[in-house]
Design a protein around this ligand. Structure first.
Ligand SMILES: [Zn+2]
Length: 213
């Protein structure tokens, strides 16, 4: 991404499905800022305890230190005036106050990077993500790979029966799916759910496109 540096702040949004390298992309930008000796503060939502309570950790085990908060407004109190870059991971878990918080920080001249999941397990825009996308100067969208057919995947398929919007997990709970193979959970009978879950594991490779190499 080519960014002209001036006195103005801005917002970068990294919005992706699970397993698309979102955290790797975030960590890459933060490392480069640290190499450039920028003053960086990193936050993530307190509910994301998949790998580490205070670090941002990617699925491939890259890691960078962060501070966990649950009330996004707390970030305004915690950000030092001298800080040049503020990063917020797992943005989808925060309240809509995150829009005001990120705009306020950018208006103060800071580079703000927000990373989050665009769609929830139903395939519906997740929390404040749509508004964040509209407010951002720069948007990066990466797709994952469908675990059924190998095509680009924009959806996170939940593999369990849980119906809460937030179920934190990784490969044990979710997998990436394309539009064709994404099956949002319906309020049908358990038999229906069982059969569709079983269908994802007993696929005959001969009936689908080959995985692209
Ligand atoms: Zn597919």
């Amino acid at each position: 991404m080519q960014i002209v540096h001036g006195k103005t702040g801005w917002i970068e949004d990294i919005c992706c499905p699970m397993f698309s390298g979102k955290s790797e992309e975030l960590i890459k930008r933060l490392r480069r800022a640290q190499i450039a000796k920028r003053r960086v503060q990193i936050f993530k939502h307190g509910s994301d305890v998949r790998y580490d309570a205070t670090n941002i950790v990617s699925h491939s085990q890259q890691t960078i230190a962060s501070r966990a908060v649950t009330d996004v407004r707390r970030i305004l109190e915690l950000v030092d005036d001298r800080t040049e870059l503020v990063a917020i991971d797992e943005a989808q878990f925060f309240s809509n106050d995150i829009i005001d918080v990120t705009n306020t920080l950018a208006n103060r001249g800071k580079r703000v990077i927000v990373a989050g999941l665009e769609l929830d397990f139903m395939g519906v825009p997740f929390g404040p993500m749509p508004q964040l996308l509209c407010c951002a100067e720069y948007v990066t969208k990466q797709l994952a790979i469908c675990m059924t057919c190998g095509d680009p995947a924009n959806f996170s398929q939940r593999l369990t029966q849980a119906t809460e919007q937030v179920v934190v997990g990784a490969a044990d709970v979710y997998e990436a799916r394309c539009r064709l193979h994404f099956e949002p959970p319906c309020e049908e009978t358990p038999e229906d759910s069982d059969s569709h879950l079983a269908g994802s594991t007993k696929d005959n490779p001969g009936t689908h496109n080959q995985v692209r190499g």
